[in-house]
Design a protein around this ligand. Structure first.
Ligand code: COA
Length: 152
């Protein structure tokens, strides 16, 4: 895999993927600028590139002992090839390296693919937030301990 830190000049490509995979809840360029402003203090963002350019990215908030998956997305052209799992493994390793003891994330209750990925990586259901992504669109809060080795 070609994985490297996300830089400001990647934001345009990242936003294009945001609109493709999160049509109703895409982050703005300003949100990514704001996130990158906290790298490396309490954020970690990386992108993956294929021959066409950036095709996936992942972002972590880490302030030990807490950490959160801020975002993860794989462009449609590259989904289903193991990229999401590899990026999540890297993120879990980074959170552990930064001394975090556990990690949280929010995921759409209907997002079958992401829920399956997180479940296979050892995340467990913690709570449900009604209408988190808009009317009728709940979020699940998932949590994983970082004290044991990663699974899958
Ligand atoms: C969720 C996402 C990051 C997964 O990335 P990916 O590279 O396509 O996934 P991988 O190929 O690494 O697959 C990892 C696991 O995810 C699950 N998965 C992936 N695609 C799936 C699908 N279409 N249906 C059900 N499960 C799926 C499986 O558990 C899979 O493991 P397996 O291959 O052993 O069965 C990707 O689909 C994506 O970017 N989706 C849109 C954005 C999004 O929903 N982000 C998460 C927001 S919380």
């Amino acid at each position: 895999m070609t994985v490297r830190p996300m830089r400001w000049w990647d934001i345009e490509s990242v936003i294009a993927i945001e609109h493709q995979v999160f049509p109703e809840t895409a982050w703005t360029a300003e949100q990514f600028w704001s996130e990158l402003a906290h790298v490396p203090a309490n954020r970690w963002y990386v992108v993956h590139e294929d021959e066409q350019g950036v095709d996936a990215y992942v972002g972590l908030f880490a302030l030990a002992p807490e950490s959160d998956v801020q975002t993860i997305a794989v462009a449609q052209r590259s989904q289903g090839r193991g990229l999401g799992r590899e990026l999540m493994r890297g993120l879990l390793d980074e959170a552990r390296t930064r001394g975090c003891s556990h990690i949280f994330l929010e995921v759409g209750a209907q997002n079958v693919a992401a829920i399956a990925l997180y479940g296979s990586l050892g995340f467990e259901h913690q709570a449900r937030r009604s209408n988190y992504y808009g009317p009728g669109r709940d979020a699940l809060v998932l949590r994983r301990s970082l004290r044991e080795e990663s699974v899958s």
